[in-house]
Design a protein around this ligand. Sequence first.
Ligand SMILES: Cc1cc2nc3c(=O)[nH]c(=O)nc-3n(C[C@H](O)[C@H](O)[C@H](O)COP(=O)(O)OP(=O)(O)OC[C@H]3O[C@@H](n4cnc5c(N)ncnc54)[C@H](O)[C@@H]3O)c2cc1C
Length: 396
Amino acid sequence: MKTLTVIGAGISGLTCAIYAQRAGFKTTILEKAGGPGGVSTSWKRKGYTFEGGIHWLIGSRPGLPLHDVWTDTGALGTNNPVFYKDPVYTLIDGDTVLELPRSAKKMQKVLGTFSPRDKAALAVLRFHIWCFTFFHTPILDLGGLKVRHPRRFSLPEFLKMGPAVLLTPYLMSISAGRYIKRFRNPHVRRLLETVVDPKINALSLIYTLSTFDDGDGGYPEGGSLRMSRNMADTFTALGGQIRYHTPAIGVRETPEGICVLTENGSIASDAVVISSDARTAIDKLFPEPLETRWARRLRSKLRTAQCMFVAIGVRADLSGFPRCMQIVLERYCDTFEGSYMSEWMPWHFNANAPIRFRPGIFFTGQRTAFSGGLPVAAETGRRTAQILCKSFGMVF
Ligand SMILES: Cc1cc2nc3c(=O)[nH]c(=O)nc-3n(C[C@H](O)[C@H](O)[C@H](O)COP(=O)(O)OP(=O)(O)OC[C@H]3O[C@@H](n4cnc5c(N)ncnc54)[C@H](O)[C@@H]3O)c2cc1C
């Protein structure tokens, strides 16, 4: 039986490990934190749930290709039905309350009534959203791989993506902020600016709005934590092993196989998948920082997205507490610059790490494909498991 060690129990590591274990690998996950999920996490304190991860889950709607990955891996199941909030955002500015409905048709009507001088720009926005209606993260099979349940991708499905493909160069060339500037009403602008970071490209804005319009992008009950725990449970039920509080401190190629060094010794296996941030791994996990062409590009080209998340539930007199407190982080995933994904700026292509690096050493996750988020984690995790199967002559 082939053995596999996966570094990291984030969404990409779990996805890859589940598919690999199911294909017949004896898989162990090493995770530095005390639980699964990586940067996609939530936690409970005194009856409150603090959601530090998912805002909306692409592929939460049944029928979409990515939905199959979420159900294959147990991420979505009977214990976490998906909730679709509508309106998706509400802007409150004094007495002004402006809502962003999910449906593009309703959005055009609501915002057009609120700001009649933006009617033309809203018609263009609705058309752009329509162009992306049939554009979905494709989940495909590797050529030449034996697959138990092959995926079908028909020509009509491909052709339906035509309008999105034609519009993509334009939307990639401008920032979301610049796209939004065409709206004259400041409240309409502010509302649209809440959807994505105005600095990133307009493609992300239109894709996100089309996701909502399509009835996708819901929030699974129990949040990020229940979803990642579901995945961890699927993996262990298949016979996989997860070792929490076990950071990998090195990866070495040895005659016994690929060795992952930990503080309590080393683990040799036929293959290793690095699902922890590849940008961090290239400097820390190998005997010397990697100096391959792609590693140099990753260092110089990567643009990362950060956010500061503060959640406070208070029902007490805190006047006796110090004004400034240093609070130890609950979870530190060692991502580069503390980022939660790569950022896709206008006309900027981040460099990626290759999935197959050297015989037996693979990368997966958020730095191995554009642009980031849970869809990339799930898609690259599955693709890495397929590449592993192909490398070892196994059936996926
Ligand atoms: C606040 C917030 C909101 C978000 N909202 C959304 C959203 O609404 N929709 C969406 O699609 N995406 C969202 N994202 C982004 C998405 O959650 C991430 O892009 C995705 O989860 C990244 O998954 P990953 O598996 O590639 O990486 P990670 O989550 O970084 O997983 C890597 C894992 O490796 C572990 N690790 C690191 N170093 C080591 C080591 N040396 N040894 C062992 N383990 C190690 C880490 O602890 C971690 O568990 C959000 C992220 C955040 C933070």
